[in-house]
Design a protein around this ligand. Structure first.
Ligand SMILES: [Zn+2]
Length: 535
């Protein structure tokens, strides 16, 4: 970089305003909520621009609805910046974008790459971050990470999280509909909890005791279940073998439960003891390894992968009464795929899961980065709550006065009804908004931490899990994996794909680095290095 050593005039940058454009996105649903509206975002960004001495050239607005998820303005913003980039430097007006926060700007990593390739400076007003082509690598990393998290919360995997289910699970509350033997009821503080179903819980206990004897197969258990009248609560259908298997291996009956691949200590009332449960698991293991019990065998990779030759499903088959083999169904005609032993696939999944096993210190660092932006969110939420509760108080005062007026015959009964109804409507709107605000905050960070922890533990969890749990975990972490010629081609779901790539790079550098102090720095620089030739 060339600099003039002596300057007769003051630095021009101090008097010249930098030009910027604003990008705003809201969903039509959010638009109805206080503090999320276009106006609120616009005001925040205009104030920000003024404080930073930025001149706003244009504003791009996207309102997304369920019907119309497109982001036409985002596309126009990108075209504008691309056109600017082609101009000679003295003609180039604008290299700066102002946005509220990360998840307002990018919806996925593709967007991030698009913007990064433009080489522009991005101000994230709420996150107090400025990302530019000259940013330090750790800033770029944390920015990328925020995008990753924003993306996680917009894909299907996040549905459970959005509903607050994960949060419930973390509190030891089973977050979904009650398994047979339990009922969903309203507990203290109006929380939805589960409690033993007075009719079916004793029957569930009988089933555990029946199977624990050791000389009964799942088929026998099925017959016993219909004899004692154990059936599905809603449908009244009998429990088939696989449903019984699910019951007999579900830890929820002694007090723990699995949710999204993690076991939580439940706060609900158990139906059986842990001892009885363990006894049943041992019986089950013994029976599944002996030929006569093979029907109870649960095939852990069924539905997890497809044939890499022809795309057909891979199905399991028992050979010589004990070995489990997988092979292509060959539904699309003759397939060159060969049979593969279950153990071989098992090993390869375990190895692949090792790729997303993240170091503790990395998780700690990531969490601290996220906590910073959450604190800011919380502050804003408190401000909104304060303003809403003031509005609420005003409305309640008015209603009080009006009631007094009615009693004093200052206003007629009809007037009172009409006007008070209007105020009550407004009041219930405000209460609704307040409830909405109280929900789900801080959830993002908790779920991100859970995600990272899950990622970290996946490989070791996997080795200990029973087949149905393995399948659940694999379906959570992978999709569209294929198998052929004895080789598994695992395909991570988002965001595990990015975690895997980044983590592998980190581990590689860790292994070769001598000075450990700047290890993070090196890892986070990875994102920059994508744009530059490697040294
Ligand atoms: Zn095939």
């Amino acid at each position: 970089m060339r600099t003039k050593r002596f300057q007769a005039t003051p630095e021009p940058s101090k008097s010249l305003k930098t030009s910027a454009v604003i990008y705003i996105r809201v969903s039509s649903k959010e638009q109805q909520q206080e503090g999320f509206s276009l106006d609120a975002q616009l005001k925040l960004l205009m104030d920000y621009a003024q404080k930073r001495n930025l001149e706003v050239l244009a504003t791009y607005l996207d309102v997304e609805s369920a019907k119309c998820p497109g982001r036409s303005e985002f596309g126009r913003l990108v075209s504008f910046l691309q056109a600017q980039a082609k101009l000679p430097q003295d003609k180039c007006l604008c290299r700066t974008v102002l946005v509220e926060k990360t998840d307002r700007f990018y919806r996925n990593l593709q967007d991030l790459t698009t913007i990064r390739n433009l080489g522009v400076t991005i101000h994230l007003a709420k996150e107090s971050q400025v990302i530019s082509p000259d940013s330090k690598s750790h800033e770029t990393f944390s920015h990328g990470l925020n995008v990753l998290i924003a993306e996680r919360f917009s894909n299907n995997l996040s549905e459970e999280v959005k509903k607050g289910m994960l949060e419930k699970a973390q509190q030891g509350l089973w977050p979904s509909s009650a398994p047979v033997g339990y009922l969903n009821v309203e507990g203290p503080n109006r929380k939805k909890i589960i409690q033993p179903d007075p009719v079916r819980a004793p029957l569930i206990k009988l089933m555990f005791e029946f199977y624990a004897k050791g000389n009964n197969s799942l088929k026998d258990a099925g017959e016993e279940a219909s004899r004692i009248g154990l059936a599905h609560r809603k449908s009244g259908n009998k429990l088939n073998k696989s449903a019984l298997y699910d019951v007999l291996t579900n830890p929820i009956y002694y007090g723990d439960f699995h949710w999204m691949g993690i076991t939580y200590n439940g706060t609900h009332e158990p139906i059986i003891t842990k001892e009885l449960f363990d006894k049943v698991q041992r019986t089950m293991d013994r029976r599944s390894s002996c030929p006569t019990g093979r029907q109870s065998r649960d095939f852990q990779f069924q539905g997890v992968m497809t044939c890499s030759y022809c795309g057909c499903a891979m199905v399991a088959e028992i050979k010589k009464e004990k070995y489990v083999y997988y092979h292509c169904t060959g539904n699309k005609g003759k397939c060159p795929g060969k049979y593969a032993r279950e153990e071989l696939i098992d090993q390869q999944f375990a190895q692949s899961l090792g790729q997303i096993s993240i170091d503790n210190d990395v998780i700690k660092w990531i969490v601290s980065v996220m906590q910073r932006s959450t604190a800011e969110d919380r502050r804003q939420q408190e401000e909104q709550l304060k303003s809403l509760s003031q509005q609420k108080q005003r409305l309640e005062d008015r209603l009080d006065t009006m009631y007094g007026d009615k009693l004093d015959n200052v206003i007629t009964e009809d007037d009172y009804k009409r006007r008070s109804n209007k105020f009550r409507g407004e009041l219930s709107d405000i209460k609704f908004k307040m409830e909405q605000l109280g929900q789900g905050k801080g959830e993002n960070i908790d779920s991100a931490v859970r995600l990272l922890e899950l990622s970290q533990k996946a490989a070791s969890l996997y080795l200990k899990q029973i087949p149905s749990e393995k399948r659940e975990l694999l379906n959570l972490v992978y999709s569209n994996s294929t198998f052929g010629s004895g080789e598994l081609r695992p395909n991570f779901r988002k965001p595990f794909d990015l975690l895997a790539v980044t983590n592998m790079e980190y581990q590689r550098q860790k292994a070769t680095s001598h000075g450990k102090s700047d290890l993070f720095e090196k890892w986070y620089a990875r994102q920059d290095s994508n744009l530059r030739p490697t040294a």
